[in-house]
Design a protein around this ligand. Structure first.
Ligand code: AMP
Ligand code: MG
Length: 401
C-alpha cells in the first residue's frame, strides 16, 4: 500500500544529513540573547552565592548560645542586604535580612517569626539547627563550573543564570537567513478584495510566524506567480540572500506546479512522497548555494510538515544539537477506528479531565483544526485508537522549541 513512499524518520534523517550548520558567531549583550543559540559553553568565574548569606529575615546566632528555647541574646548589630558585617560577638545575635551576608561566627539564622524583641535584646523561642537558613558561598555554583553548554537556544532563565555570574555578553550563532515564498495564482493577500475563485494566502502567515518562533532572519518574498520564469528568478534571488529556502505549494504534479522544474534548473532536487498524513509531497534539494525545502500548499499540510521537517532542519542549521521533540504519553478521549496506512498527525486538544479530544474533521484543508488544537497525536500507520488508550502526544509547546 505504501509502495514508493518514504517513511517520516527516513526522510528526516536524510534531510538532517543535508543540513549545514551556521558557523559564523556574533557577540550580543546578555540582555538581548534570549532566543539565540549559544555558540560556546559558559563557565562561571565566581561562586554563587558569592558570600554566605541569610535565606530569611531574622537573627543570626551561634547555635551554641541557644541551649534552650527562650534564650535571651543582646542584639549586637544590624545587617541589611548589601552590608558588610562585623564578626558576631559571642553571646549575642545579629538582626539580619534575606540575602544579607552572615557574619563570621554565626552558624544559623532564626527566622523572625520565632523571635521576640525585648528592648535591645531578642528572645529566641526555638533551638536552631546548625546551618539553618544559611546559604553558603558557592552552594549554587562554584567558580569554574560549566553553567551553560554550547548549542542550546537560550531561554530567559539561561540568560538570567549567565547574568548571575556577571556575564554581560554572549557568543551566539548568527541567525539563519530563511527565504519564504508562496506559489499559486489563486492567492490574494488579506487587505485586498477577494475576487471569485481566489483564496487568501494564509500560509504566508503560518510559515512566517513559525520562522519567527524559531528565531530566523526572515526574507519573506510573498506570492510568486505560477510560471517557470518567475519561480526561477525568485529562487535565484532567494539563494543569493539566504541559507535556506522554504516554499509552499507547487510541488504536486499538477500542470501549474513549477517549483520542481525551477529548482531542478537552479540546483538539484529530490522529490519525496512521504508516508504521512497530512503531508505527502515534500521537495528537498538546493538552489544555488542555499538549501531548499518545498512544502505542500495545503494549509494544514504545510503547517505540519514545517513542524516535522523544517523545524528540526532549521534547528540543526542554527547549531542546536538536540532537535528531537519530546512526546508525552496521554490518554485519548476519542475513537479513531479507521486509521490510514500512513503515519497520521492528528489535531487534538487537552480537555478538563486531562485527556485529549479530537478535532471532528481531520481534513488537511481545515486550518481551523490547527488553531483549535493544543498539539498533534503521532499515530503509527494502521493503528486504531479506542477511547482510554494511551497515545503519543506532541504538544505545540514542544514543537515550538
Ligand atoms: P498546491 O500544493 O499548490 O497544489 O496547493 C494545494 C492546495 O493548497 C490548493 O487548494 C491551494 O489553493 C492551497 N494553497 C496553496 N498555497 C496556499 C497558501 N499560500 N495559502 C493557503 N492555501 C494555499
Ligand atoms: Mg499551486
Amino acid at each position: 500500500m505504501n509502495k514508493g513512499l518514504l517513511n517520516v524518520d527516513e526522510a528526516l534523517e536524510r534531510l538532517l544529513a543535508g543540513a549545514r550548520p551556521v558557523v559564523e558567531t556574533e557577540t550580543v549583550p546578555t540582555l538581548s540573547a534570549t532566543g539565540r543559540v549559544l555558540a560556546a559553553a559558559q563557565r562561571s568565574t565566581m561562586n554563587v552565592p558569592p558570600m554566605d548569606n541569610s535565606a530569611m529575615d531574622g537573627y543570626a546566632v551561634r547555635v551554641a548560645d541557644v541551649r534552650a528555647a527562650g534564650a535571651k541574646l543582646r542584639v549586637s548589630q544590624r545587617i541589611p542586604a548589601g552590608a558588610v558585617p562585623q564578626p558576631l560577638a559571642p553571646g549575642t545575635a545579629a538582626r539580619i535580612f534575606t540575602g544579607a551576608p552572615v557574619p563570621t561566627g554565626a552558624d544559623a539564622i532564626v527566622m523572625q517569626e520565632h523571635c521576640t524583641v525585648d528592648g535591645d535584646a531578642v528572645l529566641v523561642n526555638t533551638v536552631p539547627v546548625p546551618e539553618e537558613w544559611v546559604r553558603r558561598a558557592g552552594s549554587d555554583i562554584r567558580a569554574g563550573d560549566t553553567i551553560l553548554p554550547a548549542g542550546i537556544r537560550l531561554r530567559p532563565q539561561d540568560t538570567g543564570l549567565a547574568a548571575s555570574v556577571g556575564i554581560a555578553s554572549l557568543s551566539v550563532y548568527r541567525r539563519v537567513r530563511l527565504a519564504l515564498f508562496f506559489t499559486g495564482d489563486e492567492l490574494v493577500m488579506p487587505g485586498d478584495p477577494l475576487p471569485p475563485g481566489r483564496i487568501y494566502n494564509s500560509n504566508r502567515f503560518t510559515l512566517n510566524g513559525l520562522a519567527q518562533v524559531f528565531g530566523c532572519e526572515i526574507h519573506d518574498y510573498g506570492i510568486v506567480p505560477d510560471s517557470l520564469d518567475a519561480t526561477r528568478a525568485m529562487l535565484r534571488r532567494a539563494a543569493s540572500e539566504c541559507d535556506v529556502i522554504v516554499t509552499s505549494g507547487g510541488v504536486s504534479v499538477g500542470e501549474a506546479d513549477f517549483v520542481k522544474p525551477a529548482v531542478e534548473a537552479e540546483g538539484e532536487l529530490l522529490m519525496w512522497k512521504i508516508a504521512m498524513k497530512p503531508g505527502r509531497p515534500l521537495a528537498f534539494g538546493r538552489a544555488g548555494g542555499a538549501s531548499f525545502i518545498g512544502l505542500p500548499g495545503n494549509p494544514v499540510s504545510s503547517f505540519v510538515t514545517f513542524l516535522i521537517f523544517v523545524r528540526p532542519f532549521l534547528l540543526r542549521t542554527q547549531g542546536i544539537a538536540n532537535v528531537q521533540p519530546h512526546a508525552l504519553a496521554a490518554r485519548a478521549d476519542f475513537d479513531w477506528p479507521e486509521p490510514g496506512p500512513r503515519r497520521e498527525f492528528l489535531r487534538v486538544k487537552w480537555n478538563a479531565r486531562g485527556g485529549l479530544d479530537l478535532y471532528p474533521t481531520q481534513d488537511s484543508a481545515v486550518l481551523m483544526s490547527t488553531a483549535w488544537a493544543d498539539g498533534l497525536v503521532d499515530n503509527p500507520p494502521n493503528h486504531p485508537i479506542r477511547a482510554g488508550d494511551t497515545v503519543s502526544f506532541m504538544p505545540y509547546s514542544e514543537l515550538y522549541r
